[in-house]
Write a new protein. Structure first.
Length: 325
């Protein structure tokens, strides 16, 4: 694998044994380490009404973390267009771009950012979910407003996608694409194929550019990596069963949890597309994914309980990939 930019996606992991506000402080501590380790960009995902993933609006986190770091590109992964007025999104991110020149990204996505129906409707002020056409118009409007609101420096716009419909929007508007392989890995090949086939050069990009986001948990041993990802596996199994999310339990507490045969099969099927284990095995897996998808950039998301373990995972991956490049 040629040397690819390596980036990070952060979610505010809520620990059962700590107040939710601790997740925000942990994100800042991690960001400083990502900056030190030489990661290219750090994005924050929009979430609402989740006991497991704290609420941290991407514009606010982007502003705070950009001020707390020196080199990272910082931004949204993403702002969910159906939840916001296009003009508001443009004003927020053009202001951030003016304050932190050359360091602000605006990743735009479609999902509601919540599994709670009442919250989703509240975000939409009671409106039904956006149609494909409404979403395309919202994204196009955000791009138009970016130019109108420019304060001399523009954020870099991205389109987040996990489906062919999202790929088509990114291609039509000539945007770089961030593929949510960590959510729907079964769609990745089709998403990238359609994006590259239909891409139209634009004022934003002359050529297609694809970032691949992979769930990654790395530790010094395979056993420790398995322990670290087990709390997230519990949350995934609850979601697959249609049950409510809960805060992350510690790896020690998660060790006592027993998965059903069906849950274990589902988790194994998902995990086969991600990257877990020692630095050597994770580097090998990420290299395989990059080669298979011809990705231009890799982004890692590491939803583990303790911030020190999360940072350690990112450190081990960066060193392993650098050693092999």
């Amino acid at each position: 694998m040629p040397h690819l930019p390596l980036s990070a996606l952060e979610v505010a992991v809520v620990q059962r044994d700590f107040p939710p506000s601790a997740s925000l402080r942990n994100c800042e501590a991690a960001a400083r380490e990502f900056d030190r380790l030489g990661y290219h960009r750090l994005w924050f995902a929009e979430h609402h009404h989740s006991p497991a993933i704290g609420v941290f609006p991407p514009p606010i986190m982007t502003a705070h973390i950009a001020a707390a770091t020196s080199h990272l590109r910082v931004g949204s992964g993403g702002v969910l267009a159906p939840n916001h007025a296009p003009l508001t999104v443009a004003e927020q991110f053009t202001t951030l771009a003016a304050l932190h020149e050359g360091r602000i990204d605006l990743g735009i996505g479609r999902g509601p950012g919540t599994f709670h129906e009442g919250t989703a409707r509240a975000l939409r002020r009671g409106a039904d979910p956006a149609t494909d056409e409404e979403y395309r118009r919202d994204v196009a409007a955000i791009l138009d407003h970016l130019r109108e609101c420019s304060l001399g420096q523009l954020p870099e716009p991205w389109l987040l996608a996990s489906s062919e419909a999202g790929a088509a929007v990114a291609a039509l508007l000539g945007l770089p694409i961030a593929v949510a392989h960590h959510i729907r890995p079964q769609n990745t090949v089709r998403v990238l194929g359609r994006y590259r086939e239909e891409f139209r050069p634009s004022a934003w990009r002359e050529d297609p550019y694809a970032l691949l986001c992979v769930e990654t948990v790395c530790a010094d041993t395979e056993e420790r990596a398995a322990e670290l990802k087990r709390p997230m596996d519990i949350i995934k199994s609850r979601l697959l069963a249609g049950q409510a999310e809960e805060p992350f339990v510690s790896p020690a507490a998660a060790a006592d949890h027993r998965f059903t045969a069906e849950e274990s099969e589902q988790l194994a099927a998902f995990g086969a597309h991600q990257a877990y284990g020692t630095p050597e095995s994770v580097a090998s897996r990420l290299t395989q994914l990059a080669d298979a998808t011809a990705a231009d950039e890799l982004m890692l998301v590491t939803p583990v309980y303790d911030v020190a373990d999360r940072v350690r995972s990112f450190e081990l991956v960066a060193k392993a990939l650098a050693a092999g490049s």
